[in-house]
Design a protein around this ligand. Structure first.
Ligand SMILES: Cc1cc2nc3c(=O)[nH]c(=O)nc-3n(C[C@H](O)[C@H](O)[C@H](O)COP(=O)(O)OP(=O)(O)OC[C@H]3O[C@@H](n4cnc5c(N)ncnc54)[C@H](O)[C@@H]3O)c2cc1C
Length: 334
């Protein structure tokens, strides 16, 4: 996966805003249609909701896969687009879209500019911002994380997971046999996670501490110790190297609301071409709105193909809308 430096500029044909399933599939289709593609996302990792909220869960309704783990689906989508070398700009929110004579310029929160000729908005439910842990924010990237990009990197570590929802419990299970120890702390004794997952964790070696909260994180550079404040009184100190704060995310279309799009209840209205009404700007996936819209990954895949092929036909009126069959072209390196 080729990522770009966070400052500077980039010129491309198609900019895809959002690296969730729809955006990753749009990257494949853009490449298949011979376009240079840049994929931008405010999260540090591709995968959108799947990576941020349920990477370890099996998904049962992806066509052709009776069951596929979220993380594996994202990896497969990245691999599928890889032969076309999309440029990934991760960890940066797109804050501005400006039209000019021969295309558009996007600006990111880190000051990068991306010049492009067409845009596909695959922004899902908007920019994901993790709910911050009240204590220890200064250890972000030095032991504190809001989601787990690579389970393997936590092998052999003492891990503390904070939260009582599905993500917290999924990560507890996923790390149980990999980490040296897993402790899950939640400020309430009741959990929001599915009872089935809670039961699995209760049967596992994961230690659950409730009701309690993280009071203080200590370390010399990297996390070494965490103080837990028990609600009933008393402070317990744990030796841990990693704290996973799974407190949920807020999502917000944010800057997109000022780009002149037709937005209805936090979604972008599109036509049958997935056109947004702005020249050269298409949309796909959860972010779109039209009568009968169904918000599922499989629907987003179809919309991404429609959006990109219509973008191609808009960029070059001589080009066919229909891309041809992928099965008719020479095999690509995978
Ligand atoms: C717990 C859970 C389980 C689910 N299970 C299923 C299931 O079994 N089957 C199914 O089909 N669906 C399921 N879904 C729904 C599915 O995850 C979504 O339909 C899918 O993720 C939508 O994909 P997307 O690419 O449209 O958007 P998203 O996955 O939401 O990705 C959008 C991306 O855009 C980025 N973004 C937004 N605005 C900006 C900006 N301005 N600049 C940069 N980046 C931006 C966001 O950071 C995000 O990464 C589930 C959802 C949840 C929460």
């Amino acid at each position: 996966m080729s990522t770009s430096p966070s400052v500077g500029s980039l010129a491309t044909d198609l900019a895809v805003i959002g690296a969730g399933p729809a955006g990753l599939y749009a990257a494949y289709y853009g490449g298949f249609r011979g376009l240079r593609v840049a994929v931008l996302d405010s999260l540090e990792e591709p995968g959108g909701q799947v990576s941020a909220l349920y990477p370890e869960k099996p998904i049962y309704d992806i066509a052709g896969f009776p069951s596929i783990r979220g993380r594996d689906l994202v990896q497969a989508l990245v691999r599928q687009a890889e032969p076309f070398c999309p440029q990934y700009v991760l960890g940066e929110q797109v804050v501005d879209l400006e039209h000019h004579g021969d295309g558009m310029t996007l600006r990111t929160s880190a000051g990068m500019t991306v010049r492009c000729r067409a845009v596909v908005l695959t922004a899902g439910i908007g920019t994901f911002t993790p709910r911050p842990l009240p204590a220890g924010e200064e250890f972000l990237g030095r032991g504190l994380m809001y989601f787990v990009p690579s389970l393997e990197k936590l092998a052999g570590q003492h891990v503390l997971i904070v939260g009582g929802g599905d993500s917290a419990f999924d990560w507890a299970l996923a790390l149980e046999n990999l980490a040296r120890s897993v402790t899950l702390v939640h400020r309430r004794a009741a959990f929001r996670a599915h009872q089935h997952t809670v039961d699995q964790v209760l049967r596992s070696s994961v230690r659950i501490v409730t009701p309690a909260q993280v009071r203080h994180i200590r370390g010399n550079g990297h996390i070494e110790q965490v103080d837990l404040q028990h609600t009933g009184g008393g402070v317990e100190t744990l030796d841990v190297q990693t704290v996973v704060a799974a407190l949920g995310f807020t999502a917000d279309l944010g800057p997109m609301t000022g780009w002149g799009l037709d937005i209805q209840e936090r979604h972008i209205v599109v036509d049958t071409r997935m056109g947004t009404g702005l020249p050269g700007v298409y949309a796909a996936g959860d972010v779109t709105e039209y009568p009968g819209k169904v918000r599922l990954i499989s629907v987003g895949f179809g919309e991404a193909a429609t959006a990109v092929n219509n973008a191609v036909a808009w960029l070059d009126p001589e080009a066919d809308l229909f891309p041809g069959h992928s099965s008719d072209v020479a095999p690509l390196p995978v």
